[in-house]
Design a protein around this ligand. Structure first.
Ligand code: SF4
Length: 200
């Protein structure tokens, strides 16, 4: 079982806001109530898709998400939004937040210029320390995403769940983002912890 108390204390020490919900339904209700009349961008996230956050926000905000909109500039619009929603590939109880990206839209938009960034995670994303959170991002989240995207990478083609640090042209792991502290270029960053297994 992850140590939520330790995680919360360390995230807050590192400058993040933290909220905790037993269910995704409660978390969505709280986020939908807090985000009103804003431009909102969303990064690729199975967690956010499973929660139905796009649907919960779109009627009272201007929401851009490239997973729901075929517009070629959806990522550019998201990158200018007041509020940005993403998940994480690994969060350490010691207070670091890790994401691996292929395109870069998700890690770029979450790092600068936003009024508020929400990092929304199920408890399956939590690891005891930085090294194990990074291991999780590389050896669990990334291979599952490569499989989801049907990439011809060794991690997606193999039955063994691990990263091969491949040189495939279809490699999805092209950038690594680590938040050691809340970035100064983002006004507020809230980690929303949900006591469910969500996403990869
Ligand atoms: S580096 Fe290659 S093998 Fe490793 S997880 Fe990424 S795509 Fe898969």
């Amino acid at each position: 079982m992850p140590n939520i108390k330790k995680l919360t204390e360390n995230l807050e020490k590192n400058g993040f806001m933290v909220s905790y919900y037993e269910t995704g339904v409660e978390a969505v209700k709280a986020i939908a109530a807090a985000v009103n009349g804003k431009t909102v961008g969303i990064g690729g996230s199975k967690t956010i898709e499973a929660l139905g956050l796009f649907e919960a926000l779109k009627d009272h905000n201007s929401v851009s998400w490239h997973w729901k909109q075929t517009s070629p500039d959806a990522n550019d619009v998201s990158a200018q939004a007041q509020v940005y929603l993403t998940s994480a590939n690994g969060v350490a109880e010691t207070g670091e937040i890790i994401n691996i990206d292929g395109t870069g839209n998700r890690i770029a938009a979450a790092q600068y210029g936003r009024e508020k960034v929400y990092i929304i995670i199920g408890v399956n994303k939590i690891a005891p320390d930085f090294e194990s959170a990074l291991w999780r991002a590389r050896n669990i989240a990334a291979p599952l995403n490569a499989k989801r995207l049907d990439r011809k990478t060794p991690c997606a083609l193999s039955s063994e769940m691990k990263c091969y640090d491949c040189d495939s042209p279809e490699r999805i792991c092209r950038g690594l983002s680590v938040f050691y502290r809340k970035l100064n270029g983002v006004k507020d960053c809230e980690v929303v912890i949900i006591n469910e297994e969500l996403g990869y």
